[in-house]
Design a protein around this ligand. Structure first.
Ligand code: HEM
Length: 278
């Protein structure tokens, strides 16, 4: 009879009294103790885990987007590109995750939907912070967070900073391509309004990529990211229609009608509009 394999013979650590283990480092006790279904429905755990993992990926996306914006502001294109590429991959991950949630049928969802009360992803402050960071800004979206001064302050502070797209336009301007002064001096708390002068600026980049390679690569990184973000919105609204049809959302909006409206949001509008002209 052969002796069962003992990983300790390969040097594996087997004792952790007083030493940091995998669980300790990752705070797994806190994470794995944070799922509290309010009903006895089998699928409620799926619903909770799906949202919690999405929030964890959003946490990382914010970390990367904020750092990418800082790098861009300092003309550190290489690190900014690396981080933007990572954020696109994060959204790809989030997009694949819908396949798991789609295994939940409308009948499954109705078994616990009432437990959610008024709570909804609409109140996801990290999602709102991602949108604000990118440039999709709407002060009305602060209101659901008035009861949490800390979160409200975080979101308000973001509305006072230049967005990632603002920083991209500043980079264009620093490279000697004119950005209209009214765009450069816009009220940061409001969404960027598409401007023909900005299309003209990006056009100079796309007409001569060799000369403006870094800005060209930046533009394509932004478009790539928005592409994945759009897919996330589309997957969300399709999943919602599949699960609740045209019922109102738990957060109070018209549901699918609200989410379809959000499909029209353009984060980096001129980068899309210029394609018609090229
Ligand atoms: C069966 C699953 C889901 C359903 C039925 C659903 C339903 C909805 C509905 C109806 C809305 C509109 C607001 C409202 O009135 O409630 C909404 C918004 C939202 N949901 Fe979901 N959702 C689901 C899964 C998810 C997941 C897994 C996430 C990941 C975090 C998520 C994140 C969001 C976000 C961020 C919004 C706000 C979107 C915006 O304002 O543009 N949802 N959801």
């Amino acid at each position: 009879m052969t002796t069962p394999y003992d990983p300790a013979d390969d040097g594996a650590q087997m004792r952790f009294d007083g030493r940091m283990s995998y669980s300790d480092y990752l705070a797994l006790d806190a994470i794995l103790d944070a799922q509290h279904p309010l009903s006895k429905a089998h699928d409620e755990l799926l619903f909770i885990v799906q949202h919690q993992t999405s929030e964890l990926w959003m946490r990382l996306a914010l970390h990367e987007l904020t750092a990418a914006r800082t790098a861009l502001a300092a003309d550190r294109y290489g690190p900014a590109f690396k981080m933007l590429a990572r954020v696109s991959r994060i959204f790809e991950q989030l997009n694949s995750a819908w396949d798991v949630l789609r295994t939940m049928t409308p009948s499954d969802y109705t078994t616990f939907r009432d437990s959610l009360g008024q709570s909804s992803g609409f109140q996801s402050w990290q999602y709102r912070l991602i949108e604000f960071t990118l440039g999709n800004r709407n002060a009305a979206m602060l209101r659901p967070h008035e009861h949490r001064a800390d979160i409200h302050a975080k979101l308000s502070a973001e509305l006072a900073r230049p967005s990632l797209y603002d920083e991209a336009l500043r980079a264009v301007s620093r490279a000697g391509i004119e950005i209209p002064s009214e765009v450069a001096a816009r009220d940061l708390a409001r969404p960027h309004q598409p401007h023909p002068g900005v299309i003209a600026a990006w056009r100079r980049v796309y007409d001569d990529p060799e000369t403006h390679w870094q800005l060209y690569e930046l533009a394509e990184k932004l478009v790539d990211f928005e592409d994945y973000f759009r897919r996330w919105r589309f997957n969300h609204v399709t999943t919602v229609e599949r699960v609740i049809g045209f019922k109102r959302g738990t957060g109070g909006t018209g549901g699918v009608s609200y989410l379809r409206r959000m499909l029209e949001v353009e984060l980096f509008p001129e980068l899309w509009h210029l394609r018609t002209e090229l």
